[in-house]
Design a protein around this ligand. Structure first.
Ligand code: SAM
Length: 333
C-alpha cells in the first residue's frame, strides 16, 4: 500500500484534488500520489461506498456543527475510503454516516480512553492503515480530542492530513459583525469564577477580537465578568449555528449580560465573540473607576497598559495613576 508523506518532504505541499502529494500535477511525486480520492462527481450521485484507494495515514475530517449537509465532498470521500473511523461518540458519528449512506467500522477515541488506545492507533498507522478522526461536531482538535494523537503521529513522521470544514469558532466570528482581521480563539473559559476572571484579565490588553466557547448555563455569568474585566465592548452571542433556531444576538457586553441574566440560560450551544478594545478619549472615561476595575483583575503593569490602550493616555501617566491608586500617599500631618 502506498504511504503518503506527512507534508515534511521537500515540497511540503499537498495535492488539492485529494491525495497527500504535491499541489502541482507535474510535481516530482505527482504520479505516486494522484487519483487516491474518488472524483467529486461520484459523491453527487449519492450514497454509495466508493472503491476508494486512499493513501495510508491519519485523516482529520471536519464534520457538521448542526446541519448534517455541512460536510465537504472530500470529507465524505475520505470517510468512504478509510479502513475505520475514530470518533468521540459512535452514536453521533453513526447518524452522520447513515445520512450519507456510509458504512464503516467506528472506534471510540475520546478524553476518557485516548491515552489507553493511542498506542494501538499509532501501531495501525505504522502498519499502513487508513484512519479518519472526527469529533462529534466541527473540526477535530478544536476544543476536542486529537491533539496528542497528531503530535505523536507527527513525531514519528507518520502521514497526517486534514479535510477542513465547519468550526463553530469561525462561523460565530464571521456572523458576529465584529472585526475578523485579528482574532484570538480562547476556547472554553475555566468554569470557576476566580480562574475565569484571571484568564479574562490576561486577554484584556490584546488588540484583537476574542472568541470563546461557552456552556449555555454559564453565558450570563461569563458575559458579566467579561464586561467587568474587558470593559463594555461590542460583542455577540452566536447560538445554534446552522440549526433551525440559529440566533446571533449583538450588543454591548453589559446589555447582553443583562439580557441573559433576565431571560435565563439560552438553549443549545453558544459561542461568545467580543470585539477589540475601543480607544476612547480620556475625558469620556471615568479613569478612576476604570482603573479600580482593572486593578481588581490584573497586575499594576497590565492595568496601566490596558488603561493607556483604552484612553489614549501615555503609558507612563497611566502607570503613575495606577500606582497612586494602589499605593495612595499617606495623609500629611
Ligand atoms: N470542535 C468543534 C468546532 O470546531 O466547532 C467545537 C467543539 S466544543 C467541544 C463544543 C462547543 O462549540 C460548544 O460548547 C459551543 O460553544 C460551540 N458550538 C458547537 N456547535 C455549535 C453551534 N451549532 N452553535 C453554536 N456554538 C456551537
Amino acid at each position: 500500500m502506498a504511504r503518503a508523506t506527512s507534508g515534511t518532504g521537500a515540497s511540503g505541499r499537498r495535492d488539492p484534488n485529494g491525495g497527500l502529494g504535491p499541489s502541482k500535477p507535474g510535481g516530482a511525486t505527482a504520479a505516486r500520489f494522484h487519483r487516491r480520492v474518488p472524483p467529486a462527481a461520484a459523491d453527487a450521485e449519492g450514497a454509495r461506498d466508493e472503491p476508494a484507494a486512499l493513501a495510508a495515514g491519519l485523516y482529520l475530517v471536519a464534520t457538521p456543527i448542526g446541519n448534517l449537509a455541512d460536510i465537504t465532498l472530500r470529507g465524505l470521500a475520505i470517510l468512504r475510503g478509510v479502513d475505520r473511523i475514530l470518533c468521540e461518540d459512535t452514536r453521533v458519528t453513526a447518524k452522520l454516516l447513515a445520512r450519507h449512506g456510509i458504512a464503516k467500522p467506528l472506534d471510540p477515541y475520546h478524553d476518557h480512553n485516548a491515552d489507553r488506545v493511542r498506542p494501538a492507533i499509532l501501531q495501525a498507522l505504522r502498519r499502513g492503515e487508513r484512519l479518519a478522526l472526527v469529533s462529534d461536531a466541527g473540526t477535530p482538535l478544536v476544543s476536542d480530542p486529537g491533539y496528542k494523537l497528531v503530535r505523536a503521529a507527527a513525531a514519528e513522521n507518520l502521514p497526517v492530513t486534514a479535510a477542513p470544514g465547519p468550526s463553530a469558532a469561525l462561523t460565530a466570528l464571521i456572523l458576529s459583525g465584529l472585526p475578523p482581521d485579528v482574532f484570538l480563539f480562547a476556547g472554553f473559559l475555566p468554569p470557576r469564577r476566580p480562574a475565569r476572571r484571571r484568564m479574562l484579565a490576561q486577554w484584556a490588553p490584546l488588540a484583537a477580537t476574542l472568541v470563546f466557547f461557552e456552556g449555555v448555563s454559564r453565558v450570563a455569568a461569563s458575559l458579566a465578568d467579561m464586561c467587568e474585566l474587558l470593559g463594555d465592548r461590542a460583542a455577540a452571542v452566536a447560538r445554534e449555528l446552522t440549526k433551525l433556531h440559529e440566533e446571533v444576538r449583538r450588543g454591548r457586553l453589559a446589555e447582553l449580560a443583562e439580557h441573559y441574566r433576565d431571560a435565563g440560560a439560552p438553549r443549545g450551544e453558544a459561542v461568545i465573540v467580543v470585539g477589540p478594545p475601543e480607544p476612547r478619549a480620556p475625558e469620556s472615561v471615568d479613569v478612576e473607576a476604570r482603573l479600580r476595575e482593572l486593578l481588581r483583575g490584573s497586575s499594576l503593569r497590565d492595568a496601566a497598559a490596558q488603561l493607556a490602550f483604552e484612553t489614549g493616555l501615555a503609558r507612563r501617566e497611566a502607570y503613575r495613576r495606577a500606582l497612586a491608586m494602589r499605593d495612595p500617599e499617606p495623609d500629611g500631618p
